[in-house]
Design a protein around this ligand. Structure first.
Ligand SMILES: NC(=O)c1ccc[n+]([C@@H]2O[C@H](COP(=O)([O-])OP(=O)(O)OC[C@H]3O[C@@H](n4cnc5c(N)ncnc54)[C@H](O)[C@@H]3O)[C@@H](O)[C@H]2O)c1
Length: 296
């Protein structure tokens, strides 16, 4: 996608972090912006910020884990703007925890937020884009954690690897059916956002304060780990530029930390050699990561 003026962006997770900067960058480039997020006060603030740039902005308070709410947000976007040209599936949560500690409820929460929400939007938006008979684009926000894994967050890896695989599969299907939609998957490493606050965005249906897990040391350790990794990540300043430049160049994989790319190659080399997860390989990775946050 090269021209953004008057195109319509539908974006989830726009109240904070990547979603916020991408929605604002779209508005700066002349796009009409429709935003869906669960956090009403924060979304309202972003909405008012964007109103200073354009009157063509819509906010719909949406829990993306609920298909009916996603459908309603897309329907409201169609009523207001009549089309969708760019879909950005950004809403996400990071839920740390060992598989033997983490309650199934948390697995369901992260799978529905990070993966199923992307399915719900694409099921509705791809037919809309197809019917428009003009060029469309979709960005699924995955993660570097969809390409390379480390300890402590198996549920997060499950959703992010799934998002990469799903996006690749859909790209083939669109090509095979000659549907004019370009697919992208955004795979950033750690960036300073509000991601470690995601407990605040836990919907009621995934909340059970009576479960002893949420008072356990394992839970507290997980929260501490997530906070450390996100707060020591790369500043967010250049993220919108990285994503929009990749859109202009029609780059499928959008990466944010060039100095971490050799770890992707290393993983693939180990994979074809039949070598599995190795804690020494992770040591190397963590070293590269702390360097990357300073140099990229
Ligand atoms: N920050 C990083 O280091 C990093 C790295 C790789 C990938 N990511 C991914 O980027 C995406 C955005 O995360 P971020 O870092 O900007 O975090 P963030 O917490 O700043 O933003 C996430 C947004 O998603 C929204 N959200 C969460 N649950 C929701 C729900 N049920 N319904 C609707 N909206 C919901 C939140 O309200 C928030 O506005 C996520 O998919 C995350 O996994 C982040």
């Amino acid at each position: 996608m090269k021209d953004f003026k008057d195109k319509v962006m539908f974006i989830t997770g726009a109240a904070h972090g990547f979603g916020e900067v991408l929605a604002k960058e779209g508005a700066q480039r002349g796009m009409k912006i429709a935003m869906a997020d669960i956090d009403e006060p924060a979304l309202t603030k972003v909405y008012h910020d964007i109103q200073k740039v354009t009157a063509d902005v819509l906010m719909v308070v949406t829990d993306v884990t609920k298909e009916a709410e996603v459908d309603a947000a897309i329907a409201q976007t169609m009523t207001k703007f009549g089309r969708i040209d760019l879909l950005i599936n950004d809403a996400g949560v990071a839920v740390p925890g060992m598989v033997w500690d983490l309650p199934s409820r948390d697995w369901e929460w992260i799978i529905h937020t990070n993966l199923m929400s992307q399915v719900y939007t694409m099921q509705k938006v791809i037919p809309i884009m197809r019917q428009q008979q003009t060029h469309g684009a979709i960005i699924n926000v995955s993660s570097y954690a969809g390409l390379v894994s480390t300890p402590l967050m198996p549920a997060y890896y499950a959703t992010k690897f799934a998002s990469v695989g799903m996006t690749e599969g859909i790209a083939y299907d669109l090509q095979q059916h000659q549907i004019d939609i370009e697919m992208h998957v955004f795979c950033p490493a750690f960036v300073q956002t509000d991601l470690y606050h995601c407990e605040q965005h836990r919907p009621a249906q995934y909340t059970d304060t009576t479960d002893p897990y949420y008072q356990s040391q394992a839970y507290l350790d997980g929260q501490k780990f997530a906070k450390h990794d996100i707060t020591t990540g790369m500043p967010i300043d250049n993220i919108a530029n990285i994503v929009f430049t990749a859109l202009e160049k029609n780059q499928f994989y959008i990466l944010s930390h060039p100095s971490l790319n050799p770890m992707i190659t290393k993983r693939t080399e180990r994979l074809v050699e039949g070598k599995g997860p190795d804690i020494n390989f992770v040591g190397q990775f963590m070293q590269s990561l702390s360097q990357a946050n300073q140099t990229d």
